[in-house]
Design a protein around this ligand. Structure first.
Ligand code: SF4
Ligand code: SF4
Length: 358
């Protein structure tokens, strides 16, 4: 196993860690077996969250029974923005994990301006720093899905590690937050290396992608900015794939990385290229804009809640109420002009049924 420095925390974390999102839905026996096997294979970092159901409890039992608490760096995350509830959540985490300290406490999913304003204004930042000075946590981290807000958060200098989404379908952090984290010496932990499930083998095949889970893990591990990658390891077979990736990612050359990205070009059925030849719509529907969000929804809908949240937010902002797809009267004016023969009225119907607005 390769170990890497996690920025200014100075922790030496294994390049492969465990994301324990789904540990609440596996048996205690399975959770314990995976933790044991992970330890035997050199993994030393596990991440969970207060919002992951019984995950912390399973991990707490496993680590206690196996006497492995001090062999892992353990992190959890809190999404509550109410100060009192945040405090309570922290006590619950320690109790669930059967430990008296966390290696890293993350403020979870600070991805909107409103959310960041709440974190800044309600005492949470002072509180986490107090926890660190008392030794109840060793380091402070933040997780975000928004690179714009993320930049502002990271520039405060309060945080020591950032948990960021990164995979061949989501490269935004690569040119923005990764270099900033490097400049400010924050450790980068990659979440969603499989796109929140979109790039898992089964779903990837359904989407018409030829990329494998192993390739996606190698892709994330081979970024020079990344300290550790934390796929959801809730089955022994996933652990084996991930271990194979960490032991062979070295063959992921720049050329191979580009080839992996090329494999996940969106291939949803009826993919709109955004050329705009179908315009104008007599009903005032901005057809390419609506289809841009509909195409994304077809990939991420029901699979990756953070992407779904972003799609809803951006769709609400970009497409006016007067141009939503339910205004389509199936006149067919657009279909005649689309060079890709997309069944636009049908797509409008599907978009109207499925896309949500705030
Ligand atoms: S079929 Fe619907 S989307 Fe196309 S031009 Fe007519 S009203 Fe607009
Ligand atoms: S003409 Fe077809 S491909 Fe081009 S923007 Fe319109 S629907 Fe999309």
């Amino acid at each position: 196993m390769e170990y890497r420095r996690l920025g200014k925390t100075e922790l030496q974390v294994s390049a492969l860690g465990i994301g324990a999102l789904k540990y609440g839905s596996v048996t205690q026996e399975t959770a314990s077996e995976i933790v044991k096997a992970a330890h035997q294979n050199g993994i030393n970092y596990i991440d969970t969250a207060r919002g992951y159901g019984e995950s912390e409890i399973r991990l707490g039992h496993a680590l206690k029974k196996l006497r492995l608490r001090d062999r892992f760096y353990l992190s959890s995350k809190i999404i509550n923005r109410d100060f009192k509830q945040f405090q309570q959540d922290f006590e619950t985490i320690l109790s669930n994990l059967q430990t008296d300290y966390l290696d890293i406490l993350f403020i979870h999913d600070v991805s909107t301006r409103e959310n960041w304003d709440k974190v800044r204004s309600n005492g949470i930042l002072d509180y986490v720093q107090e926890l660190r000075s008392k030794g109840r946590i060793r380091h402070i981290g933040v997780s975000t899905h928004d690179c714009g807000i993320g930049e502002e958060i990271i520039r405060t200098g309060i945080f020591e590690a950032a948990m960021l989404a990164y995979n061949p379908t989501n490269l935004e952090a690569e040119d923005t937050l990764f270099p900033l984290c490097a400049a400010m010496d924050l450790g980068v932990i990659v979440m969603k290396p499989l796109g929140g499930g979109v790039l898992s083998e089964e779903r990837s095949r359904q989407m018409g992608f030829s990329v494998t889970a192993e390739e996606c893990l190698k892709f994330a591990m081979s970024s020079p900015y990344v300290s550790t990658v934390i796929p959801g390891l809730d089955k022994a077979e996933y652990l084996n794939i991930a271990l194979h990736a960490v032991n062979s990612y070295i063959d992921m050359t720049e050329e191979n990385r580009r080839a992996v990205i090329a494999k996940v070009d969106i291939k949803v059925k009826n993919y709109c290229r955004g050329c705009g030849y179908c315009r104008p719509c007599p009903q005032g529907i901005p057809i390419p804009d609506v289809l841009k969000y509909w195409n994304r929804w077809e990939v991420f809908g029901g699979v990756d809640w953070s992407q779904m949240h972003r799609i809803t937010e951006e769709y609400t902002k970009e497409v006016p109420d007067s141009g939503t797809p339910d205004h389509c009267i199936s006149c067919g004016a657009c279909t005649k002009k689309c060079p890709f023969n997309l069944p636009i009225p049908k797509l409008m119907e599907a978009a109207a049924k499925n896309l949500r607005r705030y």
